[in-house]
Design a protein around this ligand. Structure first.
Ligand code: DSN
Length: 445
């Protein structure tokens, strides 16, 4: 029986979401539109199968075909990234990072060093509210006054703290990451500590850019790489853990340790439909068009950044090298949550985000984060970015002065009133109409 017949409510909600995705500018930098081919694999009969274990070593029968699917995904990832080993089973990025820590660290004893979440790191890079900060010792590094990674400070902290694992990678860092420098830091600290210091590159945001050759690859310099598969890589939700030649030279058992941590350490049966969809996305990413796509993502982000700067927006680090722009709205007298909601009302979907040294709480941060992967997938180019920047400026101008109060009680009262008011703002609704008309020219295939 079809979805429409068995569950018209869910059918209708999916249709509504499809329309929403078509009619707005999706500019959350971690989101993208997967291809129909990826979704076909994801919605296939492979979802029916259990396949605990790995190719040719399964704990369930009937896995001959699944073995081929998983091996194909592994081979494609190995070739695309140039690594000797890939585990394609992690359900998503957070479990994948947990699995890496489980493989290499002793809980409550060993230390993770990662970029502070307040400066653009991910929750799983050692934040106190995630398992990474609860079950392991942690030390964080920060960005400098210019909003850039400060490799001297990172080296100094690493020397003093001797972490067992250093994480390089971020969810809100708009600049090139110097993996070579991170590699030198990890190697030096390993010598000082007298045991390996592993370097993990979390490339979730930039994997597609690396494949396209528009961001340097971490492969020669790091030991382990984790990436989600659904951001610039444009696959389904999922993740992969890769082991490099350097990592294997440091620890010949590294891939075995990772495999054991993924299954049976952390997960049960892999989601074979997800694995197949990852394989499809990797195939797509190996095509020449994908290089052009990656180049265009960056060109678009740079154009958008330049235009926003012209309107007086305060971009962290002054601009971007990748797909992502982080803006501190303080000089515009607009809170990040206010700006994000106003933009949503106007059909521009971005996310509120903390900025370095933010004095506001995470639900009402001072900034917004936006990116170009999804709108580039729709075929938008530099001239469209100019138009989008003008809309963003018009929206933020509309909510100028809408600051979030300092106390918790006043904040809730303010938010309730603002939320109702902004949804009826005629100027924003007019922009939403223009955005909808504009988006109709860029179909999602
Ligand atoms: N939630 C992802 C992001 O938006 O960057 C990271 O997990």
């Amino acid at each position: 029986m079809s979805l429409k017949t068995i569950d018209p409510k869910i059918f209708e909600l999916i249709k509504q979401e499809e329309v929403r995705q078509k009619e707005v500018l999706e500019m959350i930098p971690s989101e993208n539109y997967t291809s129909v081919a990826v979704m076909e694999a994801l919605g296939s009969v492979l979802t029916n199968k259990y396949s605990e274990g790995y190719p040719r070593k399964r704990y369930y029968q009937g896995n001959k075909i699944i073995d081929s699917v998983e091996s194909l995904a592994q081979e494609r990832a190995q070739k695309l990234f140039g690594v000797p080993y890939v585990n394609v089973q992690p359900y998503s990025g957070s479990p994948a990072n947990a699995e890496i820590y489980m493989a290499l660290l002793e809980p409550l004893k060993d230390k993770i060093m990662g970029l502070s979440i307040a400066f653009g790191g991910h929750l799983t890079h050692g934040s106190a509210v995630s398992f990474s900060g609860k079950y392991f010792k942690t030390v964080a590094y920060e960005l400098n006054e210019q909003g850039l990674l400060d490799y001297d400070q990172i080296l100094e902290t690493a020397r003093a703290e001797k972490p067992k694992i250093i994480v390089c990678g971020a969810t809100a860092y708009p600049r090139i990451i110097d993996f070579k420098k991170f590699g030198e830091i990890a190697d030096e600290v390993g010598v000082l500590a007298g045991s390996p210091t592993y370097l993990l590159a979390d490339i979730s945001h930039i994997a597609g850019l690396i494949v396209a050759g528009v961001h340097p690859s971490p492969v020669p310099f790091v030991d382990i790489i984790m990436t989600t598969t659904h951001k610039t890589l444009r696959g389904p939700r999922g993740a992969m853990i890769m082991v490099t030649e350097k990592g294997l030279a440091k620890d010949p058992e590294l891939s075995d340790k990772i495999d054991k941590a993924v299954f049976p350490g952390f997960q049960g049966g892999p989601h074979d439909n997800q694995t197949a969809a990852i394989a499809v996305a990797l195939e797509e990413a190996s095509l020449p068009e994908f290089k052009k796509y990656g180049q265009q993502i960056v060109k678009n982000a740079k154009t958008l950044a330049d235009e926003l700067v012209k309107f007086g927006f305060d971009l962290i680090s002054g601009g971007t090298d990748n797909h992502l722009i982080l803006i501190d709205l303080t000089n515009k007298k607009v809170n990040g949550a206010v700006g994000a909601l106003a933009l949503e009302v106007a059909g521009i979907v971005i996310n509120k985000n903390a900025v370095p040294k933010d004095s506001m709480p995470p639900f009402y941060p001072s900034g917004i984060r936006l990116g170009t992967p999804a709108i580039t997938t729709r075929g938008m180019k530099e001239k469209e970015m100019v138009k989008i920047a003008a809309w963003i400026n018009a929206v933020i101008t509309q909510v100028h002065g809408e600051q979030v109060p300092e106390t918790k009680e006043a904040r809730s009262a303010f938010w309730k009133i603002f939320r109702a008011k902004v949804r009826e703002n005629e100027s924003l609704l007019k922009i939403a109409g223009e955005v909808k008309e504009f988006c109709s020219k860029y179909p999602i295939s």
